[in-house]
Design a protein around this ligand. Sequence first.
Ligand code: PLP
Length: 418
Amino acid sequence: MRQPAQTAGSTPDALDVQSVRADFPILSRTVHGKPLVYLDNGASTQKPQAVIDAVRRFYEHDYANIHRAVHELSQAATEAYENARRTVQRFLRAESEQEIVFVRGTTEGINLVAGSWGRANLGPGDEVLITAMEHHSNIVPWQMLCAERGARLVVAPMDQTGALIWPEFEKRLNSRTKLLGVVHVSNALGTVNPVRRMADAAHAVGARVLVDGAQAVAHAQVDVNALGADFYVFSGHKIFGPTGVGVLWGKADLLEAMPPWQGGGDMIRSVSFEKTEYAPAPAKFEAGTPHIAGGIGLAAALDYVTALGLPAIAAWEHELVRYAHERLAEIPGLRFIGTAPRKAAVVSFVLDGIHATDAGMILDQEGIAVRAGHHCAEPVMRFFGVPGTIRASFAFYNTRDEVDALVAGVRKVQKLFA
Ligand SMILES: *Cc1c(COP(=O)(O)O)cnc(C)c1O
C-alpha cells in the first residue's frame, strides 16, 4: 500500500496536503470544465487508491463467501473479513473484536440497537433522550420504538450557536431515562458535543448511551471507552471507505444480553424446527451474507487514516474551518448557522434573499460541490428558521485554495441575484 505522505521539517506531523490529494484519483477530475472542489464530505467522502485497490484485489484474487466453506478462497475471504473486524476494534480502541458488529451503516446500527436492545429494555413510561441537533437517523428509530413500547421521546434543546444547553439537558435526565442518543459531531452544524460529560450524567441515572459517530470518526481520534459510550455507530462511506458497510460497537455484556435482530444464516449455533440456538455476538447480529468487500475496503480506509494520523488530520481541518469562517465572514449578507465554540469540519451558512438550493446549483457550475438543503436534520433547520443551509464540509484533502474558490463562488452567486 502506498503510505500517505507527510512533510519533513519543522512540523513533522503536519499533512502534506498536495501529496495526500494525489492518493485520491477523483480529486484530479474536472466538473463543468472547472477543477473539482469537493466540499461535501459530510454527505460522503472520496476514496483513496488504497481502498479502491483493496476492494479490487479482493474481487480479483480472494473472492468467496465467508464462514461457510473449507476451501482456500473461502478461508482467505474469512480471514480478510475477520482481520477487518480487528482493524475496526483497534481503530475505536475497543477491548475486543466481539464488540464490533458489521452493519450497513450508521442508520442500520441505530435501528439494530432500537430494535434489539430497545424492544427488550423499554416499556410504557420510559424515556429516550436525544438532542435537538440529531440527524433523522437518530430520531426516527427512537420515535418508532417509543410508539411501539408506549415510551416517550424527550429532546434536549440547543442555543442560538447550536450548542447543547447543559442545564436543560440535565433537567431532562431522570430515573425514567433508559437511553441517551447523542450525535458526537452534528452534520448540519459541526457542533462537537461534550459526550463524556453527557454520558457520565446519563449513567448516573442508570441510562445507556448511544453515540452517533458518523461525523466524528474521520476527524479526530475516537476511544469508545474513554468517551463513556455503551454503543457507538459510524458509516464506512464517511471515512473514505465503501458505501453499504458500517460499524456498531457495543459493550460486550450488553451485546451478549441483547436478543438477535434479524434471523437467518450465520447468526445461529444450531437450528431445528422446534428451536434455534443463537451464535454469540457479533455473529448473532450478522444474519446473512455481509458486504465482505465493504468490510475489507473499510479496513483499508481505517489503515489509511491511521497512517496519516488523526491528530494531524484534526489540526489541518481545524485550520480549514477557521480560515473558511474568516473568509466567508467578509461577505455581506452571509449568515453562519452553527457557531458553537467547539466545532469540527463543517461550515453552514445562508445568504440573504437567496435560496440555498439555487446557490448550490450555481456553485456546482463552478465545479464546487457543497450540500444545499436540510441535511437530514429538519428540526435543526426549523429551530434556526431557515428551510435549508449551504454546507461546506471538509476532509483532510481540502485546501485553503478551495476555500478561496468557495468564497469567489458565493460572491458570484450574490452577483447573479443582485
Ligand atoms: C450521515 C449521517 C448519518 C446516517 O449515515 P448513513 O450512512 O446514511 O446511515 C447519521 N448521523 C449523522 C450525524 C450523519 O452525518
